[in-house]
Design a protein around this ligand. Structure first.
Ligand code: BEZ
Length: 255
């Protein structure tokens, strides 16, 4: 959800269609019940949102990307353009669900405060996103490419990968009881290799440099080949997920 990240629903499906597929366990953790009103925070093109609708829920999807909102609407979802750090709902959802989005939201406390506002008392917040150590090799390679050009990755990195203790603390401070929170290492085969992954997700790092993205991408790929590409040319990304389930006990957040 960085302003420098752009999204294209077709490219996303080709390069990262595994994201909603591998998000199904989070949906199981949500355990949506017919008749519930659910907010899908960062619905993307709506692959998992549709499954919540099919479970009998009344679902609103929000996303920061106009292209993704348009794609979700095309498939019949009530999708709205909204920033995850500025959720504009008041006490109307039984549950907030989020898959593979919250690592784009640097102001994690603002996102959590918005979820608190959106939930009814006792409502559930269930999600998964990149956790501590997520894409460590990729981040290190991007840091090296930037450092060679005098840029500190810390100044441009749009990703937030907290530890379970960090995120639990934020949730509890905002008034949630945390039922579960864990890091899940999930090596993930990349259907279009590292090239496709970087094309879809690494824009914010390359955008700060005057060079052609293709050259920067090739350099990143050369650095990563040793650790993430096997002898047959298959790429596996070093994903680590942070998965959690929490219930809103009382509204303690002041934001
Ligand atoms: C993730 O799902 O962990 C992720 C996706 C895109 C960029 C960074 C991380």
């Amino acid at each position: 959800m960085s302003s420098r990240q752009s999204w294209n629903a077709q490219d996303y499906q080709a390069n990262a269609g595994f994201v909603p597929v591998l998000g199904r366990p989070v949906l199981a953790l949500l355990a949506p019940r017919p008749g519930e009103r659910v907010l899908d925070l960062g619905c993307g093109h709506g692959a998992l949102t549709r499954e919540i609708v099919e479970a009998g829920c009344e679902v609103v999807g929000v996303d920061h990307s106009p292209a993704m909102v348009a794609a979700a609407r095309d498939s019949g979802i009530d999708a709205r353009l909204m920033d995850a750090a500025a959720i504009a709902f008041e006490t109307e959802f039984d549950a907030v669900f989020s898959n593979a989005v919250l690592h784009w939201v640097k102001d994690a406390d603002a996102a959590i405060a918005g979820v608190v506002r959106a939930l009814k008392q006792g409502g559930r917040f269930v999600g998964e996103f990149g956790g501590h150590g997520n894409m460590a090799a990729v981040v290190t390679a991007l840091a090296a490419v930037l450092a060679r050009r005098g840029v500190d990755i810390a100044a441009v990195n749009p990703w937030f990968y907290p530890t379970p203790d960090d995120y639990r603390g934020r949730l509890e401070t905002a008034g949630f009881a945390v039922d579960s929170i864990e890091l899940i290492p999930r090596p993930t085969p990349l259907p279009t290799g590292m090239k496709g992954w970087l094309e879809t997700f690494a824009g914010p790092f390359y955008a700060v440099l005057p060079e052609d993205d293709r050259r920067l991408r090739d350099e990143t790929i050369d650095l990563l080949r040793h650790s993430l590409c096997d002898g047959e040319g298959n790429w596996t990304a070093d994903y680590v997920r942070l998965r959690f389930a929490a219930r809103l006990l009382d509204r303690r957040t002041s934001r």
